[in-house]
Design a protein around this ligand. Structure first.
Ligand code: PSV
Ligand code: MN
Length: 441
């Protein structure tokens, strides 16, 4: 891969311009914040406690989501999109500067390959960014690779192919150590397209044998995140197809192994919030790939299709957080986004997504849990449901804006981003990315 060096010209959004725009919007913002504070106070919730809690929320950005995504049919490049991992991090830092919620980037190898990971780490640090989980890629063939992943990787029938996939994951761990990452996410595309093509049991056994080698190489302070997905690229069966297989694998491997839930990886109508509750209850909820979907693994912007589902997921997360606090156990899943921005500027999509995720979290924080418990115990179905709805229907935008302000971000992130001319400037200084005929990322 040719992603070796980076252009030294840093062009972040001017902080002065953000501050000026915030001043312009301040009076109205403070009025809205006071109104929300008063509304929450009537339910004995202190808005300051909510904002304090929100300030602790961190969501990782997907490096692969910084470039225009595509479908199987086409990819339409955006002028000024990043060409290499340094430029992707630069764009991530703009999202973080404006939204104040996304201080880490999740890298994907070999897409983000560089010849100097220490320099990459230093560059990221200068921009206030760190690294989230490292993602391996054994679902595509690379130009220099000996064995093909056409018929699988970690579960392949050929030991040489499995070994190659293992070694790639081991390399990812080594890169992650240099970058200061603390997790490896493994998603494999292994599966089958025809009944009879593979033996379900044998492929899972081979997958587990391979993953055990990777597991042993994962540092004790890290976690190994197993990402399940129902289908695609395999259309008949997938080796790690659902949370059941995922938790079985995580339990078989040991404490460093946990499950990662990508919201787009389930059958339509699946009760994902319930999966979240189950994984949390058994200490195996390790991470998230937030996105949204209408039909399948659509990788749409978080909260753009089904914000109620996102809220219900966060409702379980807040419940699990409180339960862990009471029981003095740990609960700290790695929150990341995994989105494909096909028709929007990725920075704008991620700013919106950050707001949707933060909004879902705040709405989950303001659920009156004491009242909810009472309604549940008295089988007062309507009031229990209304208790959740009240939180969901509350306009929490002033609390989100306040958290952004306290992190030096913008009351109106997208307006500030547009006014900065960042993308136009990048379209002048960055090389155009080659047009590929198709490809999901
Ligand atoms: C697979 O669909 C997936 O969700 C995995 O997280 C991959 O790493 C990512 O998408 C690649 O786009
Ligand atoms: Mn994913």
């Amino acid at each position: 891969m040719g992603y070796m060096t980076h252009d030294q010209t840093l062009f972040a959004v001017s902080q002065d311009a953000i501050d000026r725009d915030n001043q312009r919007l301040m009076a109205a913002h403070l009025e809205d914040y006071a109104a929300l504070g008063a509304r929450l106070a009537r339910s004995s919730i202190d808005i300051e406690d909510v904002v304090e809690k929100l300030l602790t929320l961190e969501v990782g950005l997907p490096s692969w989501g910084m470039v225009s995504g595509g479908t199987r049919f086409a990819r339409f490049p955006l002028p000024g999109e990043p060409n290499n991992v340094f430029e992707k991090i630069e764009d991530c830092s703009v999202v973080n500067q404006l939204a104040g919620l996304t201080p880490r980037v999740s890298l994907h190898f070999p897409w983000d390959r560089s010849d100097d990971y220490l320099a990459l780490r230093q560059y990221a640090e200068e921009l206030g960014m760190g690294f989230d989980a490292i993602n391996s890629n054994t679902f595509q063939d690379q130009a220099d690779q000996k064995q093909s992943y056409k018929f699988g990787s970690l579960s392949h029938a050929n030991p040489a192919t499995r070994q190659q996939a293992i070694e790639h994951n081991l390399e990812c761990i080594e890169i992650g150590k240099v970058l200061g990452s603390e997790a490896l996410t493994v998603w494999i595309g292994d599966g089958s397209n025809f009944p009879g093509q593979v033996e379900f049991t044998d492929t899972l056994e081979r997958y587990l044998d391979s993953l055990r080698v990777v597991y042993d190489a994962v540092p004790d302070s890290w976690r190994l995140l197993i990402e399940h997905k129902m289908f695609e690229p395999a259309f008949y069966s997938t080796v790690v197809q659902d949370w059941g297989t995922s938790i079985l694998c995580a339990q078989t491997l040991g404490p460093k192994a946990q499950c990662l839930v990508d919201l787009g990886h389930h059958a339509q109508g699946t009760n994902i919030e319930m999966i979240v509750a189950r994984l949390a209850q058994f200490g195996k909820l390790g991470g998230f790939h937030f996105n949204d979907s209408k039909y399948g693994d659509d990788d749409l912007d978080s909260g753009s299709i089904n914000p109620f589902q996102l809220f219900l997921v966060f409702n379980e997360l807040v419940y699990a957080e409180r339960r862990a606090l009471e029981r003095k156990t740990t609960f700290n899943p790695a929150y990341m986004m995994d989105q494909s921005h096909n028709v929007t500027d990725p920075i704008e999509s991620l700013l919106n997504s950050a707001r949707a995720i933060a909004g879902a979290y705040v709405k989950a924080l303001i659920v009156d849990r004491k009242a909810l418990r009472e309604y549940q115990e008295n089988n007062d179905v309507i009031m229990a449901h209304n208790c959740l709805r009240l939180a969901f229907e509350t306009d929490v935008r002033p609390a989100l804006a306040m958290a952004r302000l306290r992190k030096g971000g913008a009351i109106d992130p997208i307006a500030n981003y547009r006014a900065s001319g960042y993308r136009a400037e990048k379209s002048r200084t960055r090389k155009p990315r080659p047009i590929l005929s198709g490809g999901i990322v």
